[in-house]
Design a protein around this ligand. Structure first.
Ligand code: 2AL
Length: 170
């Protein structure tokens, strides 16, 4: 899909295609539509990122809370969004052994208890072994730094989803 096509989309079409590039936050795509025309992928994603950056802390935490747990029940039950399901399955999180799944769920519970939002990682950019390692490392970070790191992962996920939709190399 090229930018001319994107720029010609009416609001409904744009929402159908880009509504979930920020996981379960269609309001962000709804706001970005007003910024068209877009020159390229970088320009389009810049508007998604600017919206997130301009949110108050409660909004940024809300964006993080819209993300499903990694390798959580929603994955096992097939209740994720299509994008998350693809990402988590491709990262091998559906096929973890019982011990690995338990370790991950203990760490994600500790993370949520410490920071108040779920652990977010762009899993397409890592292997299954990296998730618990990264979790253990980030658990020790100061909250303000961790919020920035987590939002950086949201932006990486957004970039990969946009690149897929536009048929571009990430
Ligand atoms: C996810 C997800 O669903 N896809 C991805 O890359 N990361 N979730 C998460 N909590 O990090």
């Amino acid at each position: 899909m090229d930018m001319e096509k994107v720029n010609s989309m009416d609001f409904g079409e744009f929402m159908d295609v880009f509504g979930n590039v920020i996981e379960r936050c269609p309001l962000i795509a709804a706001a970005v539509w007003s910024k068209r025309p877009f020159s390229d992928l970088g320009d389009l994603e810049k508007h998604f990122f600017a919206f997130i950056d301009a949110l108050p802390l409660s909004g940024q935490e809300g964006v993080l809370r819209c993300h499903p747990e990694l390798a959580g029940r929603e994955l096992q039950w097939g209740r994720l969004t299509a994008e998350s399901q693809r990402e988590q399955s491709a990262a091998g999180l559906q096929n973890l052994g019982a011990a690995e799944r338990l370790r991950l769920s203990e760490l994600t519970a500790q993370y949520r208890a410490r920071f108040g939002f779920p652990f977010v990682l762009a899993v397409r950019l890592s292997d299954p072994a990296a998730a618990p390692r990264e979790l253990a490392r980030r658990l020790r970070c100061p909250p303000a730094q961790e919020l920035r790191t987590a939002l950086g992962e949201v932006k990486k996920i957004c970039h990969l989803r946009l690149a897929d939709l536009l048929g571009e190399q990430p």
